[in-house]
Design a protein around this ligand. Structure first.
Ligand code: NAD
Length: 287
């Protein structure tokens, strides 16, 4: 466990634009080829940083790098890695450190979502019949994956005596999903739809993991969480109506709306913040 007796003063002047800049910082993003992972990478590129995508799906990883090269002129490095595989994670981290000399930021963003793993038979099964293997698989990706990545990257950050970790949780890690908004017969033709118990429990676990590591690694490594709420992605209209009734701002998020919070949390703009969970949910958890 790290200890400190004197406050550290940043050498650079605290102008706001400098606080948010990430020039040259190396940022590893798990699930970096997914919908929000690409947005995190985009945000890091826009602030001068160097995103490195880790994703289990090599084709998606290549596509994400190509898309970012087209839109932002730089193709981020991508590694096809299953983050539940300890040896594969250690090997990828070693390769990244060999290439860049350091890792400044880790965003634990990968999760077993229906979009990334579809079609997974049984993903939306009722709790009473939920398959234990699917429950364990979801916990392995969200929790064990974050644990393994934090272990491997954290060792490097401790050597550097600096680093920032951001865990992507969810509003349903803070409150229960509202089961009343899901129709038992499904909102999509022939498909049941809900938030599975494993997803909500994994996200709650990630928030606890955030507090544990933040206190364990202070002051050298800062660890925070971001809990986004549902991003609109061509969902069924009736479902959107029922969900947005629960949100004071009356709508779902757009996929670009978390970029600002991500940059705040991984940059020096949040330098005196650790162990916190930023809930960005249009006000849903206020009532
Ligand atoms: N989209 C939303 O509405 C929303 C809301 C709240 C929280 N979140 C959280 O944001 C994060 C990103 O969500 P998203 O919508 O972009 O999901 P997504 O499904 O588009 O992306 C997840 C990515 O993780 C990768 N992945 C899955 N298992 C992996 C493994 N074992 N190793 C490495 N990579 C793996 C997938 O290939 C995929 O590219 C997730 O943690 C999700 O829970 C999303």
């Amino acid at each position: 466990m790290a200890t400190a007796t004197t406050p550290r003063q940043a050498a650079a002047p605290h102008t706001v634009d400098r606080l948010f800049r990430l020039d040259g910082r190396v940022a590893v993003i798990t699930g970096g080829a997914g919908m929000l992972g690409r947005k995190h990478a985009e945000a890091i590129l826009e602030m001068g940083g160097r995103p490195v995508l880790l994703d289990v799906n090599p084709a998606k990883c290549r596509a994400a790098a190509e898309e970012l090269a087209k839109s932002h002129g730089t193709a981020p490095e991508g590694h096809a890695v299953d983050i539940t595989d300890r040896a594969a994670v250690a090997e990828a981290v070693e390769r990244i450190v060999r290439a860049h000399g350091r890792i400044d930021i880790l965003i634990n963003n990968a999760a077993m979502t229906v979009e990334s793993s579809s079609p997974i038979s049984g993903y939306f099964a009722p709790f009473e019949d939920y398959d234990v293997a699917l429950w364990e698989q979801a916990l392995r990706v969200s929790l064990t994956g974050a644990f393994l990545c934090a272990q491997a990257v954290g060792k490097q950050m401790l050597r550097q005596r600096s680093g920032v970790i951001l865990n992507i949780a969810s509003d349903v890690g803070v409150i229960s999903p509202d089961h009343r908004i899901y129709r038992p017969d499904g909102d999509y033709p022939g498909t049941p739809f809900n938030t599975p118990v494993s997803y909500a429990v994994a996200k709650a676990g990630l928030i606890s993991f955030t507090r544990y590591l933040a206190t364990y690694w202070a002051p050298h490594i800062r660890v925070n969480a971001l809990s986004p709420a549902g991003v609109y992605n061509n969902h069924d209209e009736q479902f959107v109506k029922r969900l947005t009734n629960l949100i004071p701002m009356g709508r779902m998020a757009t996929k670009d709306e978390y970029k600002g919070a991500v940059i705040f949390l991984v940059s020096d703009a949040s330098a005196f913040m650790t162990g916190f969970n930023v809930v960005m949910d249009g006000g849903r958890t206020c009532w």
